[in-house]
Design a binder for this molecule. Structure first.
Ligand SMILES: Cc1ncc(C[n+]2csc(CCOP(=O)(O)OP(=O)(O)O)c2C)c(N)n1
Ligand SMILES: [Mg+2]
Length: 782
């Protein structure tokens, strides 16, 4: 991470899991020495001089309910309240830089110049979910003050930039704005990555109501989502704006207020003047509002109008707040390297604090001297709080840091599945229009049919579950895996999404927050990479950065892996899993056969719902419709669908493998397509008197650690047969796991080549083959 990233590197120094005890967190951070408090720098001196020169426009004293300026809906009383938050936000920024010099703070990206966002908070309800920009200090402080009872938002922010364990949302893991009671959902450093989630949340509030589900938010809520001007150019942002507009086009509720805080810069790069307006205005489906964000009255009026419009129309709006950035991008960024003194001075003259001071002085609500008194009183208060908190304990052990990554409760999952099994066996909850009962409930199923059947049964049991993606609705999936589900469960629960993987996953992210259990489909593994950050940076980190106060339950179904008989080329046969396997806490399931797919999918859904797990359910395309194992027509790759009363008995816990055979000579460890290949090789070897046992990992994360060690120890000779690539593939981890555990037997591996997969039969030249597995097995035993 570079020095200018919105989140300065946080020293992994100390504590808590969800609501963990702060007292246990040790050691305290350095406390600044008394008398170290900073003086006014040149920019502050300039501000103070400008405030001193302000004069009243009237001799009359206003009453609190008067407009602070004729024609504005911002009253004097409200303006005074918001000014207080603006002052606090500014002094928190100054304190952050001071704490940094004292070695007590780690984060100096401030909100200075953006304090106009106080008006946005004031224009919204305190229960409207907010996904905020990293310059949202004033917004956060206003929200905190609106809370019942009011919170001291200043302490929250200061604790955050100190990486203190007592910070209420991330607990010292990150500097974010967030708090469940304030309905502020924490965001990552990745600019624009929260916009798809915001779209998903705005969509899901309406969808949940339609499904009769309760969410943490009132049905008439508006979701607010803020970001910078440079971020508008990001394809993630453009995709989200497009998805919101497309919803509006279809008259689907999309109560989403996009707020662009346009300071004209992305670190050092100028946004072309007028670009944001050109890019965002004039779109009939995205109502554009604009205001000078340095003028609190104007910003408030525009924010009220935009929020009311969005709330009433249930349609998206874009509020363009023209702001300034005072100071460098972060404390470490020297802006004089890329801005002229005149540019810097021009922005200083538009300081929002000066703007609000002018409003109040001109209205006769405060004198210039009183403004300065408040300014200094705010400084004194914030520095006192900062000084008092500077010694706060930090995270100090890996266990403390990692506690919220992926809470798992296998016992509770198993009990839930058993209970559901009883419930369905008793005839409750099974959907009357079971889509498969006609054609496949009587005979053995393929992998695709088993997944379809399980989705049907789970949709019937879980009214909060939705299934969506490209082509999953009317067509029933490119491979027919969701066939019949829309007909059976309706288009509110099983539906086609726009062709944008970031939107699909963003929808899942928002739906999960709203209390829905989302099962998105990514049509091909190659196209997950197109949107991987929505899983990697968003879904998987939310629990970590919120001490598990927010979670992202989801089961992402991904069709993937190779061996589609001469079809498709690389993008339909992608075998790259490294980008998933290294994500902390992510569950990666890879069922090879129908009788594993059903219980594994049930386990993933239960884990998502009960533990908030983020699960990727990787479905080997080439096995979807496979029927045979050893010979044509043997139907040995089909399996009966277990009736509900057996679900408890056949439950597959996360991270448990499946062992085939009892051979004493060789253990082959594999997964996915490899399972079928290895079972065939095992039969060939058996004909030569070689006894083999085959372990199907089934779960690529978490790996079936115990099963793996046991299977390896049973023969002392291990071949890893890995259809993913030799570099970065699954076999690297399996072998390392064995070595780390002290396995001293013989080990070898066969994997696919470090190649992309070509079209047609040439694919076979780079993919793991049965022949390669057999050769490696014989070599190993030679
Ligand atoms: C996807 C991504 N790329 C790059 C960065 C590094 N970065 C952090 S902030 C920033 C500029 C953002 O500018 P803008 O959106 O205008 O917000 P501002 O800081 O000006 O308020 C960049 C490039 C990032 N955080 N995320
Ligand atoms: Mg900017």
């Amino acid at each position: 991470m570079d020095a200018v990233d919105p989140v300065d590197p946080v020293d992994p120094v100390d504590p808590v899991g969800p609501a963990g005890p702060v007292e246990e967190a040790a050691p305290a951070g350095p406390a600044p020495a008394a008398g170290d408090a900073p003086g006014q720098d040149l920019a502050e001196q300039r501000l103070v001089r400008a405030i001193r020169e302000l004069t009243p426009a009237t001799d009359a004293l206003p009453v609190p309910s008067d407009p602070v300026r004729p024609g504005s809906s911002l009253t004097v009383a409200r303006c005074l309240e918001l000014f207080s938050a603006q002052l606090s936000s500014r002094h928190v920024d100054l304190a952050a830089r001071w704490l940094r010099t004292q070695g007590a703070g780690y984060y100096t990206i401030g909100s200075s110049g953006h304090e106009g966002n106080a008006a946005v908070a004031a224009a919204l309800r305190r229960t409207d979910p907010a996904l905020l920009h990293y310059r949202s200090g004033a917004f956060y402080l206003v929200r905190a003050a609106q809370s019942r009872p009011p919170r001291d938002g200043v302490s929250d922010v200061l604790l955050g930039l100190m990486a203190a364990a007592a910070e209420p949302i991330a607990g010292g893991r990150h500097k974010v704005f967030g708090h469940p009671e304030l309905h502020v959902i924490p965001q990552t450093s990745t600019i624009a990555s929260h916009l798809p989630r915001a779209v998903g949340l705005a969509f899901s509030i309406g969808r949940a109501a339609r499904l009769g589900l309760t969410t943490p938010w009132p049905e008439d809520s508006v979701v607010v989502c803020s970001f910078g001007d440079a971020s508008v150019n990001h394809s993630t942002a453009r995709g989200a704006l497009n998805a919101a507009a497309q919803c509006a086009y279809q008259r689907l509720p999309m109560p989403l207020l996009f707020v662009c805080e346009d300071n004209g810069l992305g670190i050092s790069v100028r946004t072309p003047p007028g670009w944001i307006e050109a890019a965002a205005s004039g779109q009939p489906l995205l109502r554009y509002f604009s205001a000078d964000g340095t003028d609190l009255a104007e910003a408030y009026d525009a924010a009220v109008e935009a929020a009311e419009w969005t709330r009433e129309k249930r349609a998206p709006a874009f509020l363009h707040l023209r702001t300034v950035r005072l100071g460098g991008h972060a404390g470490t960024d020297v802006e004089s390297a890329y801005r002229t003194p005149a540019e810097i001075a021009a922005d200083a003259a538009r300081d929002p604090l000066l703007g609000t001071a002018r409003l109040l002085v001109e209205a006769g609500a405060l004198t210039a001297a009183q403004v300065l008194e408040r300014y200094e009183a705010s400084r004194t208060r914030i520095l006192a709080v900062a000084g008092a908190l500077a010694g706060a304990p930090r995270l100090s052990t890996a266990e403390q840091v990692m506690a919220p990554i992926a809470p798992r409760r296998p016992g509770i999952l198993a009990a839930d599945i058993a209970a559901r099994s009883r419930q369905l066996a008793g005839g409750q909850g099974r959907h009357a229009a079971d889509p498969l009962s006609a054609d496949s409930s009587t005979g053995p199923l393929t992998l695709a049919q088993a997944i379809n059947r399980t989705l049907a049964d789970e949709l019937a049991r879980r009214p909060d579950m939705i299934v969506f993606g490209e082509d999953v609705g009317r067509k029933g999936g490119v491979y027919g895996v969701t066939r019949g589900l829309q007909r059976a469960f309706g288009a509110s629960r099983v539906f086609d999404s726009p062709l944008d993987e970031q939107t699909i996953l963003g929808l899942a992210l928002g739906a999960g927050l709203a209390g829905i259990l989302p099962v998105p489909e990514i049509q091909y593994l190659a196209y997950l990479h197109n949107a991987a950050d929505q899983i990697r940076g968003e879904a998987a980190t939310l629990s970590f950065f919120s001490r598990a106060q927010y979670r992202n339950p989801m089961v992402v179904r991904v069709a993937g892996l190779a061996y589609q008989q001469g079809f498709g080329g690389h993008f339909h046969n992608d075998n790259g899993l490294a980008a998933l396997r290294d994500i902390p806490g992510l569950v990666v399931a890879c069922p090879a056969r129908p009788d594993d797919a059903a219980p594994m999918l049930r386990s993933c859904l239960a884990a998502a719902e009960l533990d908030g797990s983020v699960c990727v359910f990787l479905e080997p395309i080439a096995l979807y419709h496979e029927r045979d194992l050893y010979s044509e027509g043997d139907n040995a790759w089909l399996a009966d669908y277990e009736p509900p009363e057996r679900w408890g008995a056949v439950h597959v816990p996360l991270g448990r493998g499946r062992l085939y055979g009892t051979g004493e000579d060789l253990t082959i460890i594999t997964f996915g397509n490899g399972v079928r290949m290895c079972l065939r090789v095992a039969r060939t070897l058996a004909a030569d008197g070689i006894g083999t046992r085959v372990l199907d990992l089934r779960w690529l994360a978490p790996l079936p650690y115990e099963d793996l060690l046991r299977a390896a120890a049973a023969t002392g000779t291990v071949l890893v047969a890995d259809e993913t690539r030799r570099t970065g593939g699954v076999s690297e981890t399996v072998i390392t796991t064995l070595v780390d555990a002290g396995f001293t037997g013989r080990i070898a591996r066969v994997a696919s080549h470090d190649s992309f997969i070509p079209l047609g039969d040439a694919a076979g030249t780079v993919l793991l083959s049965e022949a390669a597995i057999e050769d490696a097995a014989r070599d190993l035993l030679r």
